[in-house]
Design a protein around this ligand. Structure first.
Ligand code: HEM
Length: 193
């Protein structure tokens, strides 16, 4: 896992829970790196897992909720560091359908050693996308958060349902339905009012 994922994670923990909690989880996690990360380095994912487990124990917040919230936080890192990638897409559904074929392909070049999930498109329609997530890291709640933020970024909204294919969350089905219709309806109501 890339160092930027660790450095930003620890920044979020400091922002939300304070420096004392950062120190506590680094110590309790008993890390090979000692908790010293550089953004361009590559580290064992087990260190992230251990940090998350200790944070969950310390805060009584579930792992799913912590990873989801980290995804919401990390989205800003992506838009700040990679505005060019976002400006290539005008539509959130198009963007999400291109993670595997374009975005993460670029990411592999920019971040050597990155460990990325695999996405497979099952069905793509104008306002609907069914996509499968595969990753040993089971960061499906991180994916859900990034998907929601992608819609927010383009000022659109969607319903995103997820369904675990395997109990451990290493394979997950996402059903994404855009709510463009609401916008059209509201506009129609406004016009006729
Ligand atoms: C400009 C857009 C994006 C960039 C630059 C980017 C980059 C990255 C980077 C650097 C990582 C960490 C890799 C590692 O630690 O080794 C990552 C992981 C990940 N990305 Fe992206 N990403 C982008 C968009 C997205 C979007 C829109 C999604 C939506 C689903 C997504 C889903 C994920 C997930 C789920 C992971 C966690 C790794 C895993 O599940 O195995 N990414 N991405």
């Amino acid at each position: 896992m890339k160092g930027i994922v660790f450095t930003e994670f620890l920044d979020m923990v400091e922002e939300k829970f304070g420096l004392e909690v950062v120190d506590h989880i680094i110590e309790a996690a008993n890390l090979k790196s000692g908790g010293v990360y550089t953004s361009v380095g590559t580290y064992d994912f087990l260190e992230m897992q251990s940090l998350l487990i200790n944070l969950s124990e310390r805060t009584n917040i579930s792992l799913d909720d912590l990873i989801y919230n980290y995804g919401l936080y990390f989205f800003k890192v992506l838009t700040d560091h990679h505005p060019a990638i976002f400006s290539l897409y005008k539509d959130p559904l198009e963007m999400l359908a291109s993670i595997e074929s374009h975005i993460h392909v670029q990411v592999r070049k920019l971040y050597p050693g990155a460990e990325l999930p695999t996405f497979k498109i099952v069905k793509k329609e104008d306002k609907f996308l069914e996509i499968l997530y595969f990753s040993e890291r089971a960061m499906y709640m991180f994916a859900k958060a990034l998907m929601e933020k992608t819609f927010e970024h383009y000022h659109e909204s969607a319903t995103i349902e997820l369904e675990k294919i395997t109990d451990d969350g290493t394979q997950v089905r996402f059903l994404i339905s855009t709510k463009n219709d609401c916008y059209t309806t509201n506009r129609h109501i406004k016009k006729s009012a």
